[in-house]
Design a binder for this molecule. Sequence first.
Ligand code: SF4
Ligand code: SF4
Ligand code: SF4
Length: 249
Amino acid sequence: MTALPDRTDRKLGLVIDLDTCVGCHACVVACKGWNDQGYGAPLSDQEPYGADPSGTFLNRVHSYEIKPATGGAQHVHFPKSCLHCEDAPCVPVCPTGASYKRAEDGIVLVNEDACIGCGLCAWACPYGARELDLAAGVMKKCTLCVDRIYNEALPEEDREPACVRTCPANARHFGDLGDPDSAVSQLVAERGGIDLMPEQGAKPVNKYLPPRPRDAWEGEADVLAPYLALVAEEPQGFLGWLDRTLGKI
Ligand code: SF4
Ligand code: SF4
Ligand code: SF4
C-alpha cells in the first residue's frame, strides 16, 4: 500500500478543450506511438487485424451527440486519460506499492516491476482511466509523458506530452495547474474549466473546458428529436449530461 503525498510542489496536468476538439484521434495515435517505446512494457494489441481487435491505450476519445436544454444539438468529442488526481483513490488501494503519486510534480505512475496485475487500482479509479495490458500482465495508464517532459535529449519544443504536441486543433494544453499564473490555470479561469465528477472526491488535476452552446437552426428540434430522445429527457445542461455519461463508462 502506498500513501499519497500530503502536498505536491507542482500539479502538472492537462487542460482539454471540448469546444475545439474535433475527435480526430491524433492524440490517441501519438500517445500509443510514443508509449510503445521507452517507458515500461510496450502497449500490447490483441488480434489487431482480426474481426474483434482490442488493445491497450492510455488515451481514448469517446464521441457523443447531445441536445442541451437550450441551444442547438452538437457533437462532443471527449478525450479521456488519467487525470492525475490529487486524492487519487487508485494509489492507496495498491497492495504492492506499485501505484504512486510523485511529490515533486503530482504525476501518478505505476512501477511495472512491482505491479501484480490485480486490478484493484482500475476498480478504484472513478474515471476508467487504467487499462490492464493483457500481454504484459501489468496495469497501464497515462504517464503524462514523464519521459518526454524532462527529456533533455529532445529539442526543447518537444518536451511536452506527445498528445499535446500532436493535436491539430490545439485542444490539449499542458502545464502546472498548481500555479495560478500559469497559462493553463489562466485558461481554466477564463473558460470556466471543470472537474469531472467532483462528487467522487478524487480532485482531478486535469481540467476540461466545456463546449460553448451552438445556436439551434430552424426546424432542428423536429428533425433531430427521434435521434436525441434519450439525452433530451434529462435537460440538466452539459455538466449533467457529462456526469451521467461518465457514470456509464
Ligand atoms: S484518473 Fe484514475 S488512475 Fe488517474 S489518478 Fe485519478 S483515480 Fe488514479
Ligand atoms: S500525456 Fe502522454 S501518456 Fe498521457 S495521454 Fe498524452 S500522450 Fe498519452
Ligand atoms: S488530437 Fe486534439 S482534436 Fe484530435 S481528438 Fe485529440 S484532442 Fe481532439
